[in-house]
Design a protein around this ligand. Structure first.
Ligand code: FAD
Ligand code: SIN
Length: 533
């Protein structure tokens, strides 16, 4: 018999969303956090710019709400926006109380400026905000006697009635989650984690694209698991490409090093290779326009001029100030032979954030009983068609806190299903043809990059879907015959996420926010609604 664990709360993922939930729910029951690599490895760790929040007496909730709604182009859920904006500052205060140290000047938090924000409101720890936040949380969670952390444990599938032998379709209204099957990498064993409430906090899906700012853990596992479990998935067509990732000749594909939007907030300008500052031709806000606009402008420049990168220039600013504000960015660029205080930085857009995900209500409940979701894996309604810069760490804080408040009530009405069977690995063998599978991952990333990128068309989407279908069939066949591994599961999940993005993009017959298609270049009022699968 395989190893079985039983907890009140199972948290899948150890970024900000998972750990913030774990810390707040732990006084109401025992918590297991499973995470596929070392605990700190997450998108959270690499966050640079900071956390958007109304902090200054001159700022207002209404202004932050207005900026968020304006970036989301008609698709934000107003209640979600209000909740995140108004509850956010309290959560940042709680993070500071836990030990996070943010950059201050004369005893006041220094507030950075980013695109789409009408004023400076980004709380940050220089240019390594995520590292500060993640390290603070990991320390607190590891010290907590009610939380057990299982590193190098890969969640394979959510357990539902399907695993009890019942026929479950998407039309069934009362699907329940009883925990998850989790691959323990050390023992090469699939364990059963039973829980009254499961929190899905697996983060993003950037690895579905050939070029991404996300670390390799971002393979969309949570969205894919929830989709297989028949949860409702929303707005997957809205993929945010960060305008400024460092361009490196002959670099590997992933991840691309991010040059924070805060650098533009600090005064950096974008020029093409002839030295022409082009952003004003695309938007009055120039370099500080929302990301979709800046990324499309760069894409347009690259296509018009047949060049591989544009230039981000901060050389006109005081060198010492730049070094102090962005020590990590300056150090990393120098390591690659570019000195940002003396020469412009070559940059290109790179896949950064999927605004869609597992649909939740205002308390992080999904459409499946006992399953909650928070952070990048979720679609809470905050971002709509485009995420405002630095709103996602804030979203994770607020929704995980809300989830932790509600979770004990959910848990009170639920049993741990002890009749759940062990993982069934019968009929599978060790893989012999791994090379075919690794090529499939590469192929998927190219398809997504070339056909489902910043600018789309119906023809490109049809092609992408046909090719993704073929990859799906090959991988499902392989999966049925092969002993599972994290690499194989990730590939399977990436294909599912790719499919969800393509299908959602096909369903939207207009351009809005991050979804831009040549066949429907305008926004259409009748299409102003979320895409649901
Ligand atoms: P993550 O932090 O990614 O955590 C997900 C966790 O789930 C990881 O521990 C991962 O290992 C684990 N996991 C995944 N799949 C499995 C599985 N199958 N089994 C077990 N564990 C699993 N946002 C901002 O608001 N401000 C910023 O300045 C900012 N800068 C960014 C810079 C970069 C380079 C990147 C990549 C993102 C940035 N973002 C920023 C976005 C933000 O960092 C993320 O949206 C946010 O951190 C997501 O938090 P999360 O907890 O949902 O996911
Ligand atoms: C950045 O620092 O530019 C990233 C901010 C974000 O993704 O919100």
């Amino acid at each position: 018999m395989a190893t079985r664990y039983s907890y009140d709360y199972l948290v899948i993922g150890s970024g900000l969303a998972g750990l913030w939930f774990a810390l707040h729910v732990a006084d109401r029951g025992r918590v297991a956090v499973v995470t596929k690599k070392a605990c700190a490895e997450s998108n959270t760790y690499y966050a640079q710019g900071g956390i958007a929040s109304v902090w200054d007496a001159d700022d207002s909730f209404d202004s932050h709400i207005e900026d968020t709604l304006s970036a989301g182009v008609g698709l934000c859920d107003q209640a979600a926006v209000r909740a995140v904006v108004t509850e956010g500052p309290g959560q940042i205060r709680a993070l500071i109380d836990l030990g996070a140290r943010f950059t201050s000047v004369s005893g006041h938090l220094h507030l950075g400026r980013e695109g789409g924000h009408s004023r400076a409101r980004i709380v940050h720890a220089r240019d390594t905000t995520g590292r500060e936040v993640e390290q603070t949380l990991v320390q607190a969670v590891k010290a907590h006697n009610k939380i057990d952390v299982f590193e190098h444990h890969y969640a394979v599938d959510l357990i539902t009635e399907h695993h009890l032998g019942q026929y479950v379709t998407r039309l069934r209204p009362d699907i329940s989650c009883f925990g998850a099957y989790v691959l323990d990498a050390g023992r090469e064993e699939v364990c059963t984690f039973l829980a009254k409430v499961t929190m899905l906090a697996t983060g993003g899906s950037g690895a579905v694209y050939r070029h991404t700012t996300n670390p390799p853990i971002a393979t969309g596992d949570g969205v894919a698991m929830a989709y297989r479990a028949k949860a409702r998935i929303a707005n997957m067509e809205f993929v945010q490409f960060h305008p400024t990732a460092l361009y490196r000749t002959g670099a590997g594909t992933q991840p691309s090093f991010l040059i924070s939007e805060a650098v533009r907030g600090h005064g950096a300008v974008l020029c093409n290779q002839s030295g022409h500052r082009f952003m004003k031709e695309y938007d009055d806000r120039a370099e500080l326009a929302p990301r979709d606009i800046v990324a499309r402008a760069i894409d347009d420049q690259l296509k018009q001029r047949g060049e591989d990168f544009v230039l981000l220039d901060i050389t006109h600013k005081d060198a010492r100030e730049t070094e102090q504000a962005f020590p990590n960015i300056v150090r990393t660029c120098r390591r690659y032979g570019i000195d940002p205080v003396r020469q412009p930085i070559p940059v290109v857009p790179s896949a950064h954030y999927v605004c869609g995900g597992v649909q939740t209500d205002l308390n992080a409940r999904t459409s499946i009983g006992g399953l909650m979701a928070s952070g990048e894996v979720a679609s809470t309604g905050l971002h709509g068609a485009n995420r405002l810069a630095s709103n996602s760490l804030l979203e994770a804080l607020v929704f995980s806190r809300r989830a932790a408040t509600l979770a004990p009530d959910l848990a009170a009405g639920r049993d741990r299903k002890r009749t759940v069977p062990d993982w069934d690995a019968s009929g599978t063998v060790r893989p012999h043809e791994w090379v075919l599978i690794s090529h499939n991952r590469d192929e998927l990333q190219r398809i997504m990059w070339n056909y489902v990128g910043i600018v789309r068309s119906s023809l490109r989407l049809t092609r992408a879907r046909r090719r993704a279908r073929l990859l799906y069939e090959e991988v499902e066949d392989f999966y049925a015959r092969t002993q599972i591994s994290d690499r194989l599961c990730e590939l399977r999940n990436l294909i599912a996420v790719g499919y969800l993005i393509i299908r959602s993009a096909q369903m939207r017959r207009e351009s809005r926010g991050l979804h831009y298609t040549l066949d429907y270049p305008e926004s259409v009022e009748a299409e102003q609604r979320p895409t649901l699968i």
